[in-house]
Design a protein around this ligand. Structure first.
Ligand code: GZL
Length: 307
């Protein structure tokens, strides 16, 4: 009689807990930290055995992690693809091994929708549009040109591609809105600060910073202050995520608008894992609910902010 390694004595129904292999992007931002915490805590609460890996933002590490989960014969695999392309081969290996895959947070550009059961996450184009709509409102009556600099997320990632597109679509009709510089800050504070320093040196006039995430905006604030300018006044800032430090900066007037991107995907993910493990049908796409913050709503949200 083979006792299940994790079941100990083959409890009710025999076998051990349902095993989920999760290949995380990395630990690049406050958003990612909150996302990881939500997944780890929700797995424990759901009685799901979690195998977790951090890819340090490298696709090859995520692919290696997915291959190791296939070898370990986990019941379900979930991951947040660091970039959109290059996943078909490893996803076909999971399909051949009959291990269902769930995409969370970020999407893949594979045309073969049979390679994963569902996508759980945000509409990044909508987030970019919300940032553009705030700018159009804020600067609609400006007399001259509005010079915008943009800190993009990780090159090739769904949030970077889509937040750029959504924003550009909304500001396109107004010729006075000009994106004078746009470069990746890799979703980190350090790189966001470094690239903003370069923008400040190369651009004669910057009216607005659009940052694809709060961590880059917070790094940029350090660069703006070091250059003797006032963030939120000399240079208006709109960013995406809604982490506590950004809401605090918004409350302090250093950021002007924050579009929320909800990282707390854990509970919904675990429900999906159980359904998929049981062979139940799940919707092909499940979008999370998220809001926007101005200074007043940031002040109101801060006391209870979980992340
Ligand atoms: C968005 C997520 C992004 C966050 C960044 O869902 O993929 O990655 O906006 C994080 O903070 O690094």
């Amino acid at each position: 009689l083979l006792l299940s390694a994790c079941g100990g004595g083959g409890g009710a129904g025999g076998g051990g807990a349902l095993t989920l292999g999760f290949a995380q992007v990395g630990a690049e931002s406050g958003w990612r930290t909150a996302n990881t915490k939500s997944i780890q805590e929700s797995a424990k609460a759901a009685g799901i055995e979690l195998k977790f890996s951090d890819a340090q933002q490298k696709q090859e590490n995520q692919i290696a992690a997915i291959r190791s989960y296939i070898q370990q014969k986990v019941k379900v695999i979930a991951f947040s693809p660091v970039v959109e392309s290059g996943w078909d081969t490893v996803l076909k290996e999971a399909k051949t091994a009959n291990i269902p895959v769930i995409l969370t947070d970020r999407a893949v550009d594979s045309p073969d929708k049979s390679l994963y059961k569902t996508f759980l996450g945000s509409d990044f184009v909508a987030e970019g549009r919300k940032a553009g709509e705030w700018l159009a409102e804020e600067f609609g009556s400006a007399a001259g040109d509005v010079s915008i600099v943009e800190l993009q997320g990780t090159t090739g990632s769904a949030p970077a591609n889509d937040r750029k597109k959504g924003f550009a679509d909304v500001i396109a009709p107004n010729p006075k809105f000009k994106v004078v510089a746009s470069q990746t800050g890799e979703f980190t504070r350090a790189k966001g600060k470094e690239v903003m320093e370069a923008f400040l040196k190369s651009q004669p006039k910057i009216d607005v910073l659009y940052a694809h995430n709060d961590d880059m905006a917070l790094g940029a604030i350090e660069a703006i202050e070091a250059a003797g300018k006032v963030p939120g006044k000399d240079i208006k800032i709109v960013s995406v995520d809604g982490v506590r430090d950004a809401l605090q900066a918004l409350a302090d007037g250093k950021i002007n608008h924050v579009v929320e991107c909800n990282p707390l995907l854990g509970p919904q993910l675990m429900d999906l894992v159980k359904k998929v493990a049981a062979g139940e049908q799940v919707p092909p796409r499940i979008e999370t609910t998220e809001t926007e913050f101005d200074q007043a709503s940031a002040k109101a949200a801060l006391p209870q902010r979980q992340y």
